[in-house]
Design a protein around this ligand. Structure first.
Ligand code: ACO
Length: 378
């Protein structure tokens, strides 16, 4: 094959595709800000609802703005009877990411402002999605276990409500706080693959639900959001801290990826990892099971020593969710429940100053030729 003369950036590595005011990813200092605020400060000092408001409005809410935002979200949590019926009809064993992708698509058809791509309508639709996604995730998950859905309780915070919808009860505040922190850390991250997918779909003039369905499809992949599930499968396979180093060596020998490590942008450490690790450690203490964090510590040290590769957010999030009691197939859907905030912020931003996203490709296929008749096709 002849050498390309074009500057092709495979995977769009290093390409700056547009401007954004939503978040700033700074690999040189391993840091991340949402609308100017360091993500670790937001995680320690704010609730997920405050961060959702910040991402959508550019400023943190005051007390009355937050109360209104919470009330609006809580009032939209119930799913329609038709959606419950669709969820009950999902094939047994369907992955929850496929379930939530399909449920969001259905919500798009049901939405009273489905075809309206104006900013006010998109904001209202984003609120409805934020409110309904946890119920759809939980209902689909419970259906696979033969359990009826739990009715949403509007008196609960977003994080409390997620546990209530999945398990029918709210755990102790320390567990809710760790979960809330994970939602904040997962909420937004620049032009990652799923957000760029959502922006690309938006750039065609398509609606929010279409953009979010595309975002969910992109997030499912193990190189992106699916890694948090893959991390827990990996830790379960290792099973015992005593086997961690030996197991890792076998991955190196097979030149296989180690899930939860590496990042396209951060090469010296993911800004979100220290905060998530701290809360995952807390979960280990609460549950009284140090095995997973001990394994994680050994794997991270060995990856750094042998490959100079750092963990990403999915690495501590995986065991943290396991310790909170969630089944592994729920981990990436939880990422969806959070990232809907970032996706919607980008959809609004893309629409406000839109130009169709349409890059070029360099053709490397067969030279131009004539179409042979059927008798001459061998
Ligand atoms: N395990 C083993 N080796 C790795 C890993 C890993 N997790 N990540 C990168 N490397 C290696 C690559 O194979 C490459 O080696 P080579 O130079 O010998 O070919 C070298 O490190 C450099 O990697 P990059 O090319 O810079 O990685 P890229 O930017 O293309 O990919 C990605 C980033 C996809 C995240 C990759 O690190 C990966 O697959 N990680 C595992 C999946 C994962 O955890 N994804 C979650 C991402 S974060 C998120 O979505 C919240």
């Amino acid at each position: 094959m002849s050498e390309s003369k074009t500057d092709i950036r495979k995977g769009l590595v290093g390409v700056v595709a547009d401007v954004t005011a939503v978040s700033k990813v700074m690999p040189e200092t391993n840091s991340l800000t949402y609308r100017g605020y360091p993500v670790q400060d937001l995680a320690e000092n704010c609730s997920f609802e405050e961060v959702a408001y910040l991402l959508w409005n550019g400023e943190l809410p005051n007390a009355s703005e937050l109360a209104d935002f919470r009330a609006e979200e809580a009032a939209e949590r119930a799913l329609s009877p038709a959606l419950h019926e669709v969820i009950r009809a999902f094939p047994h064993g369907a992955h929850p990411m496929d379930a939530i992708r399909t449920a969001v698509s259905f919500m798009g058809m049901e939405d009273p402002e489905a075809g309206d791509v104006s900013e006010p309508a998109t904001r209202r639709k984003a609120m409805r999605l934020l409110a309904k996604i946890p119920g759809a995730i939980a209902a689909a998950h419970r259906a696979t276990k033969g359990e009826a859905p739990v009715a949403a309780d509007p008196s609960l915070s977003f994080a409390e409500s997620f546990f209530h919808l999945v398990f029918g009860r709210v755990p102790q505040p320390e567990v809710v706080k760790a979960f809330d922190v994970s939602l904040i850390l997962y909420a937004e991250h620049g032009f990652n693959a799923s957000t760029f997918t959502a922006r690309t779909i938006t750039s065609t003039g398509a609606d929010l639900h279409g953009a979010v369905v595309g975002g969910i499809a992109a997030l499912k992949g193990p190189l992106h959001g699916g890694a948090n599930e893959a991390v827990m499968h990996m830790l379960s396979e290792i099973g015992d801290p005593a086997r961690a180093v030996e197991w890792l060596q076998s991955r190196f020998d097979h030149r296989a990826l180690v899930m939860g490590f590496g990042h396209r942008v951060y090469k010296n450490g993911d800004s979100r990892v220290p905060t998530m690790t701290k809360y995952a450690e807390r979960m280990a203490e609460v549950v009284g099971d140090r095995r997973w964090m001990e394994m994680s510590r050994l794997l991270a040290a060995e990856m750094l020593a042998k490959k100079n590769i750092h963990p990403n957010l999915d690495f501590p999030a995986g065991p943290a969710y396991h310790l909170m009691g969630f089944d592994i197939p729920l981990f990436t859907p939880i990422f969806v429940a959070s990232r809907i905030t970032g996706w919607a912020a980008h959809v609004i931003e893309q629409s406000a100053d839109n130009r169709l996203i349409r890059p070029l490709s360099e053709y490397t296929g067969a030279a131009q030729r004539s179409v042979p008749s059927m008798a001459h096709r061998g």
